[in-house]
Design a protein around this ligand. Sequence first.
Ligand code: SF4
Ligand code: FES
Length: 392
Amino acid sequence: MVRESNANAMQLTPGAKRTVRLKIKRCDGPGKPSYWQSFDVKVAAGEGANIISALQDIAANPVTVDGQRTTPVVWDSGCLEEVCGSCTMVVNGHVRQSCSALLDNLAPVDGDVVTLEPMSKFPVNRDLFVDRERMFATLRRLNAWVPIDGLYDLGKGPTEDPDTQQERYVLSTCMTCGCCLEACPQYEKETDPAKWDESFVGAFAIGQADLFNTHETGGRLKQKRLDELSRRLAPGDQQLVLTRRHQVRDQTLAVFDRTFRVTWALAILVGLIAVVSLVSALLALGLERRREYATLRALGLTRSGLTAWILLQTTGLSLIAAVLAVPISALIHVTLSLAVQPRAFGWSVPLSLDVTPWLAMLPLAAVAGLLAGLYPAWSIGRRDPAPQLRSA
Ligand code: SF4
Ligand code: FES
């Protein structure tokens, strides 16, 4: 269904009269050829005239713009408030309910033309009035109702959680109008009722099957509905699976979570590589500075003192690296969010500079530095300083 936006409506002087031309695709009966006729109607601005009221004006005086008296245009309608769906037709090329199609929005200028056509996916009874019986036949085949056992008082119905209520409420608003079938490229017109049971059911039927399947009592016929849908939608041995909107969302989030698990694995791998690099660098440094360490030992520095000195160096180096990583990682984040992701994917992770990860990184860096320094400290500290001083 299409609702007019008042924000789009032009500013009209209330009560000002104008002429709107309705160009209508007509048909005198089932199987008969179509032809076009145009009618002018007078419309007063701001009085809420819609397609139905314009058709009523034409019915009161069915004279075409050529002055030819003709038969009144036939249409279907019921509620006049977009609830029954019977007034659905193609207005200016878009399928919608005609009772909510306001002429002030559709044709605000004197002389504007509005085209009206019957829906093309249904047999025409006459003019704009189509036969939607195929939809009702589909609902019968799908057992689209809640089975109850008689008309006596059955007591309270089953309770539903609010989330399910919200989802089912939307499905329950289907008014069998046919818009989704008219717009669907998979749904084709079929005038032979014998072939209806083998044809594509359309979106509305899938929604209605889901509506009744998710009702505790209605669910008693769930398998019948699924079998019927499977027969129509998944020929052969294929298994039909109806995935609801929140399930699609959950599955999508699960995929994201899996993706981020890989990211965490990569982060751990990078951390391990950093620790190995740090250990190698410190070992190399220890070998390079063995004379210096030997001198310190010769001057009275104990083995544990040397170990503490080396650990202090590794921890300090690690902390300096962590502090330097803060602006670098912030720069990478800004570049990815503002430049790379919008260009690569058309969307971006929102820019957020949260200090918590950086604060958490500092103690981690200190621990990593300590761990990385343990082996070099042990390896250097166990060497006898005398031969190292002599070899120098
Ligand atoms: S699901 Fe289809 S038939 Fe039902 S209200 Fe929506 S457009 Fe109309
Ligand atoms: S008359 Fe019922 S939806 Fe338009």
